[in-house]
Design a protein around this ligand. Structure first.
Ligand SMILES: Cc1cc2nc3c(=O)[nH]c(=O)nc-3n(C[C@H](O)[C@H](O)[C@H](O)COP(=O)(O)OP(=O)(O)OC[C@H]3O[C@@H](n4cnc5c(N)ncnc54)[C@H](O)[C@@H]3O)c2cc1C
Length: 269
C-alpha cells in the first residue's frame, strides 16, 4: 500500500490506518472517527433475520455476542482468527472489509455469506454485493466521500452448513491461505455452495468451477477430488516471503476440500 492519503479519511479501529500513518505512508488532512457516532454502533438483527453490523462495531463486540455466534458461527470463527484480542478490541468489521487486505478473513466471510455493503455519501445511499465491493488489494468501489455505514449478513437457513479454516505460520498472523464455505443442502444433495478463498490472490475470490463441482450432488470422494483439481487449475498465487505460489495453491485446494466436507457434514443434506 503506497498511495498517499491526503484528504479527510475515515478512522475506524485504526488497526490498519494508524500503522500506515506511523510508517509515513499516508498523510490524511483530517480523520473522521466513525466509532464515536452512536448511529453507527448498531449491532442488530432485523425481523427478516438479517444481521446488521454498523461501521463503529468492533470485531470483539461481534465475537462476544452469543446470538450472533449461534446464528452466524462462521463470523465468530473468522473473527477469532484475526490477530490478537488487542487488535480485535479496536478493529471494526466494516473497517476490515473497507481496508480490503487480500489475506483478511472478513472480506472472504462477507463473500461466502453473500453480505451486502451499505454505502452512504451526500449523494445518497447505495447497496453493493460483497462480490462487487473489493476490486484489488486495498482497493474497493468506495468513491471519495463515501462511507461504508454497515454490512448486512442475510439470515442463515436451518438447511445450511458452514466451515472456515485457515493456515498461518504463527497463531494470530495473517493467513497464508484460507477458505470459507456456506453450503445449502436438501434431499441428499447440495443445492447451493459459496466457497471464498483468501490469501491466494489480489482479493478474496470464488471459483465457479469448484462450486459447480459440488452443486446437485452429495459430497463424496469424487466431488472432493473435482474440487481439489478445480482449485488447483483455477489459481495462480504469487510467491512471497511466507510461501511459494505452488505451496499456496496446494494449501488452498486442501482447505477448499476440507471446508466443503465439513460444511456438508454440518448441513442437513
Ligand atoms: C498486529 C496486527 C495484526 C493483524 N492481524 C490481522 C489478521 O490476522 N487478519 C485481519 O483481517 N486483519 C488483521 N489486522 C488488521 C485489523 O483487523 C484491522 O482492524 C482491520 O484491517 C482494519 O479495521 P479498522 O477498524 O482497524 O480500520 P482502520 O485501520 O481505522 O481503517 C482501515 C482503512 O479502512 C478505511 N475505513 C475504515 N472503516 C471504514 C468505513 N466504515 N468506511 C469507509 N472506509 C473505512 C480507513 O479510512 C482506512 O483506509 C491486524 C492488525 C494488526 C495491527
Amino acid at each position: 500500500m503506497t498511495a498517499k492519503i491526503s484528504a479527510a479519511v475515515v478512522l475506524a479501529g485504526g488497526q490498519s490506518l494508524i500503522p500506515v500513518m506511523n510508517l509515513r505512508m499516508g498523510h490524511p488532512a483530517a480523520l473522521v472517527d466513525v466509532c464515536r457516532i452512536p448511529e453507527l454502533q448498531q449491532l442488530s438483527m432485523t425481523p427478516d433475520g438479517s444481521l446488521h453490523v454498523g461501521a463503529g462495531v468492533r470485531q470483539a463486540d461481534v465475537l462476544a455476542d452469543r446470538e450472533v455466534g449461534a446464528r452466524w458461527p462462521m463470523l465468530r470463527r473468522a473473527i477469532s482468527e484475526i490477530g490478537h484480542p488487542q487488535i480485535r478490541s479496536r478493529g471494526t468489521v466494516c473497517g476490515s472489509i473497507a481496508h480490503a487486505d487480500p489475506a483478511a478473513e472478513l472480506p472472504a466471510v462477507a463473500l461466502a455469506l453473500d453480505a451486502t455493503m451499505v454505502v452512504r455519501s451526500r449523494r445518497g445511499e447505495r447497496r453493493i454485493a460483497a462480490e462487487e465491493f473489493v476490486l484489488a488489494p486495498f482497493t474497493t468501489v468506495l468513491e471519495e466521500n463515501e462511507i461504508l455505514i454497515e454490512v448486512v449478513f442475510p439470515p442463515a437457513g436451518a438447511d445450511s452448513g458452514w466451515a472456515f479454516e485457515e493456515f498461518a505460520t504463527r497463531r494470530g498472523d495473517f493467513a497464508t491461505a484460507g477458505a470459507a464455505v456456506r453450503l445449502v443442502a436438501g434431499a441428499g444433495a447440495v443445492i447451493d455452495c459459496r466457497l471464498a478463498l483468501f490469501g491466494v490472490g489480489g482479493r478474496a475470490l470464488r471459483l465457479s468451477e469448484a462450486e459447480e463441482a459440488v452443486v446437485g450432488r452429495p459430497v463424496d470422494e469424487e466431488v472432493l477430488a473435482a474440487v481439489h483439481s478445480a482449485v488447483e487449475s483455477g489459481l495462480d498465487p504469487s510467491p512471497d516471503v511466507h510461501a511459494s505460489g505452488e505451496f499456496r495453491r496446494e494449501l488452498a485446494a486442501r482447505l477448499a476440500v476440507s471446508t466443503i466436507e465439513r460444511a456438508w457434514e454440518r448441513s442437513n443434506g
